[in-house]
Design a protein. Structure first.
Length: 214
């Protein structure tokens, strides 16, 4: 009788340990130590332990991110499904442009959606005819204003590369451009706010604001 009682007691302890080894939220059949079915919000800080080493043979990873713009709780934990991404987090693309009118790319639609991508111009190579200089006030020579930039328009990224005031010596087929673009996926990166500072005609000054990087 004594032996039977001891066995039952040990068995009860074992059952309790098994019962509370896994916790389920939104499910009655947890498959992990903590199994959550549905949305999850974490306020203030969201910390994870150190990630292990990832090799080029590892697959099927999912990235958890914390959305600070979520409502009503600004700490929604969401999954970034890398299987649905059409591009890598950072992409480097090379473009070649030729057969231009003078040296003017005024407004070229690059067709990258501004809601999904950030497009930066990394470098540019100008190949071809020189720009015609002009005299200013009968004295100094002007080479005009050369502009190379990407900008947003009607929901997509556009490109401008040109001398806004002067032209090349030849009109057709005079210039070729080689450009490198850096394409960022907004699932991983965000655009920082524009900061405008009036230097009041001075050469030195300080920026009017500090960007919020977090």
């Amino acid at each position: 009788m004594y032996k039977k009682f001891t066995f039952s007691f040990v068995l009860s302890i074992f059952c309790v340990v098994q019962l509370f080894a896994q916790v389920g939220v939104g499910t009655t059949n947890p498959e992990s130590d903590l199994h959550i079915v549905g949305s999850m919000a974490v306020q203030k800080q969201f910390e994870l332990g150190t990630l292990g080493t990832v090799t080029n043979t590892d697959e099927d990873f999912k990235l958890l991110t914390r959305r600070t713009d979520s409502t009503a709780l600004n700490g929604e934990i969401t999954k970034l499904n890398v299987d649905e991404l059409t591009v890598a987090p950072i992409n480097v693309l090379k473009y070649y442009f030729h057969n231009l009118s003078y040296d003017n790319i005024v407004d070229l639609n690059l067709s990258f959606e501004t809601s999904r991508y950030i497009v930066g111009l990394a470098d540019i190579r100008y190949i071809g005819a020189p720009v015609n200089k002009r005299l200013i006030d009968g004295g100094d020579d002007s080479i005009g204003t050369f502009v190379a930039r990407t900008f947003e328009s009607n929901g997509t990224w556009h490109l401008e590369i040109r001398n806004r005031f002067l032209d090349t010596t030849n009109r057709r087929n005079a210039v070729h451009y080689e450009c490198t673009f850096i394409i960022y996926d907004t699932s991983f990166y965000r655009k920082l706010p524009v900061i405008r500072t009036d230097l009041g005609g001075n050469r030195n000054g300080s920026a009017s604001a500090i960007p919020d990087l977090y």
